[in-house]
Design a protein around this ligand. Structure first.
Ligand SMILES: Nc1ncnc2c1ncn2[C@@H]1O[C@H](COP(=O)(O)OP(=O)(O)O)[C@@H](O)[C@H]1O
Ligand SMILES: [Mg+2]
Length: 234
């Protein structure tokens, strides 16, 4: 697929020296600390609403973690609005949904990402019942199989307040990175989303403050800030 502005590669691939890429490396380092202390191997990104930066965050994290020598699987579990195949310019003819309905195997659907150590499992065809699929036994079994093969499994997911899928997913993951859009996320909505995640026992590893202005002079410059503080003050 040709590179277009509509589907730019993750910034960590296109601009490895930018401060934004450096910020993603900081998030990676924090996650690595969490994984040493608490055995965190499967991590999902989520947020309250669409457009806050879940897919961008998880894609860039996948890149910088693979660059650090880890074997990383990036799963697109946003089966309503899948984007990972577009970010990494892979096919989406088969993927997660095909495995869950037993049409294909993990090996058949996993594609090599743009760099060594990065593997992509796209969403596959959009199913009618994503919530049920993501809370099914085959999904849990799939994640268990992935744990045997990869150092880190990153899962992109839909927004918590829009559909039940994100909450269903938390059962199979070890922790959640919550993304806040510094320009647009509504405090009340973010708090509601974090509360519902915590109510079902999700472990919030940290918060990424996305699209924050770096300073007043640099008003068009965006970066990401990661807080490993488990308490989220929104
Ligand atoms: N830090 C950022 N700086 C600039 N644009 C961003 C940033 N993060 C996300 N975007 C853009 O915002 C839009 C929504 O981001 P996306 O990651 O797809 O959100 P979500 O997955 O939460 O719906 C995309 O067009 C993306 O390129
Ligand atoms: Mg997304």
């Amino acid at each position: 697929m040709a590179l277009t502005n509509r589907n730019p590669l993750p910034i960590t691939l296109s601009n490895p020296r930018s401060p934004v890429t450096e910020a993603y490396r900081t998030i990676r380092t924090n996650l690595q600390f969490a994984s040493v202390v608490d055995d965190v191997q499967v991590v999902m990104t989520t947020s309250s609403l669409p457009g806050e930066g879940k897919t961008s965050t998880v894609s860039n994290l996948a890149v910088v973690t693979a660059q650090s020598g880890k074997r990383v699987l990036l799963i697109d579990a946003d089966m309503r609005k899948p984007q990972i195949h577009q970010r990494f310019h892979t096919s989406n003819l088969t993927g997660l949904s095909s495995i869950l309905i037993k049409e294909s195997s993990l090996e058949e659907c996993t594609m090599e990402g743009a760099i060594d150590g990065l593997f992509i499992l796209p969403s596959g065809p959009i199913p009618p019942n994503p919530s049920e699929l993501l809370s099914s036994k085959p999904f849990t079994r799939l994640i268990e199989a992935c744990r045997e093969q990869y150092d880190l499994i990153l899962v992109d997911s839909p927004p918590v307040l829009s559909v039940a899928d994100g909450l269903a997913l938390t059962r199979s993951v070890d922790g959640v990175v919550f993304v806040v859009d510094a320009q647009n996320t509504n405090r009340v909505m973010a708090k509601k989303a974090v509360d519902s995640l915590q109510q079902i026992g999700a472990r919030i590893l940290g918060v990424v403050l996305n699209k924050a202005k770096r300073n007043a002079k640099d008003s068009y410059y965006y970066y990401n800030y990661y807080s490993s503080n488990h308490k989220v003050n929104v």
